[in-house]
Write a protein that binds this ligand. Structure first.
Ligand SMILES: *Cc1c(COP(=O)(O)O)cnc(C)c1O
Length: 396
């Protein structure tokens, strides 16, 4: 990654994501107040911190005293270790056995999701002559990773977890599960989450009783549970989306969206009525139309399903996207906005154009939109209104 000088910003400005570190700090503090003194905070920074830049976000969380970070793979964990992050990091996904020595060397905590993985990790740790810190993952109803402990599997699951904890070369610091519907409304979802939580607690008690050793860190609360289910906090919460300030729970808590996606108008042309705009000719001008081209396309993360459906924010109000979104650009209608000119800033999403609305129109979730922001989009970090850092993730 090439860190260019901030003074070069204006010459490189095409389409950029402003990452507001003040908003991130604010959200972190608010969530900490919400969870109380005795609960640890694990910041979920997988997928490049949901597109916000994992190094910068993690540095901030480390400086502010967060206890843990969670990523999805060893590559993501190494990126943090190689960039000054010394705090505990948990890998939620699988790591190939060949890399266990690296996990140990870099002091990275690994999730253990089944018997076979536990044995692999143990063998490699013993071979390397070290101890791998692990958190046991329990599958309580997400049906993804983790020891199955539902119904008839209970005893078998508990035995398997006990065996894993006692394997040589592994040190079981924590145990966790993941909720499937904690961020959805309705009694049925609530019952499902309650059931997941109860099963998790039952498994933990059974394992602790059998071994006579308590886990140091028990955790399960994602964004939905962190907002609405304090009884599930246990030792640590694990919010992702909430921290970045998106979604209904962030709105209810008065949190601030951390990312604002911006671009500028590249060119403006006036077309007569009856002109077809963009690929496929899906849009035809009804009257004389002033069309602006903006350098924001699906290769930047603009979901193509928003073609003809989305409005961007200009200094003079919303402007609709006309026709298909292309790879590198799209067209917007500026007919009734004579004051918007070439070079003017456009907000794709942000405080004037909520990402939640964009997600609704695209029939998706804010997660997918921030994760789709591509590497050619500059990340410009802002603190109290000033640019403090910028990154462009190209091989320059
Ligand atoms: C992604 C993830 C989280 C965070 O989820 P949010 O909905 O963003 O809060 C927590 N735990 C696990 C295991 C995850 O994979």
């Amino acid at each position: 990654m090439f860190h260019f000088d901030v003074s070069m910003k204006s010459t490189l400005k095409r389409t950029w994501a402003e990452i507001d570190l003040s908003a991130l700090s604010y959200n972190y503090k608010k969530i900490r107040e919400h969870i109380g003194q005795n609960v640890a905070f694990c910041g979920v920074v997988k997928a490049d911190a949901y597109g916000h830049g994992a190094v910068m976000v993690s540095k901030r969380l480390q400086d502010m005293g967060a206890e843990y970070l969670a990523v999805s793979s060893i590559d993501e964990a190494m990126e943090l270790r190689f960039n000054g992050i010394t705090m505990p990091i948990l890998i939620l996904g699988h790591t190939p056995r060949e890399q266990v020595d690296r996990l140990i060397t870099l002091n990275i905590t690994q999730a253990v999701t089944c018997e076979a993985k536990a044995i692999e990790y143990s063998e490699e740790a013993v071979r390397f002559g070290g101890t791998l810190k692990v958190h046991i993952k329990v599958d309580t109803g997400m049906s993804r990773l983790g020891y199955i402990c539902e119904g008839d599997y209970f005893e078998h699951g508990v035995d398997g977890i006990c065996e894993a904890c006692d394997l040589p070369g592994l040190s079981a610091e924590g145990i966790f599960t993941h909720f499937a519907v904690a961020d959805e409304e309705g009694d049925e979802c609530r019952r499902y989450t309650d059931h997941q939580f109860k099963l998790f607690c039952d498994v933990v008690s059974a394992v602790e009783k059998k071994r006579g050793i308590d886990f140091k860190i028990k955790h399960c609360a994602n964004t939905g549970a962190t907002y609405s289910l304090p009884q599930t906090y246990l030792d640590m919460v694990r919010p992702g989306l909430l921290l970045y300030g998106y979604g209904e729970y962030a709105q209810k808590m008065g949190l601030r969206p951390v990312m604002t996606m911006k671009t500028t108008v590249s060119t403006i042309k006036i077309y007569p009525a009856g002109t077809k705009i963009s690929y496929g000719g899906l849009y035809t001008t009804k009257d004389k139309t002033r069309i602006g081209v903006i350098p924001y396309g699906y290769a930047d993360g603009f979901l193509r399903c928003l073609s003809n459906k989305y409005e961007v924010a200009t200094s003079d109000g919303p402007a609709r996207v006309c026709g298909r979104i292309c790879m590198d650009m799209c067209m917007i209608d500026l007919t009734d906005k004579p004051d918007v000119g070439v070079g003017d800033e456009i907000e794709i999403f942000g405080p004037h154009n909520p990402i939640e609305k964009m997600a609704d129109i695209a029939q998706t979730i804010p997660y997918e939109i921030v994760c789709a922001v591509s590497k050619r989009v500059h990340r410009i970090y802002i603190e109290d209104g000033d640019v403090v850092h910028s990154e462009l993730m190209l091989r320059l």
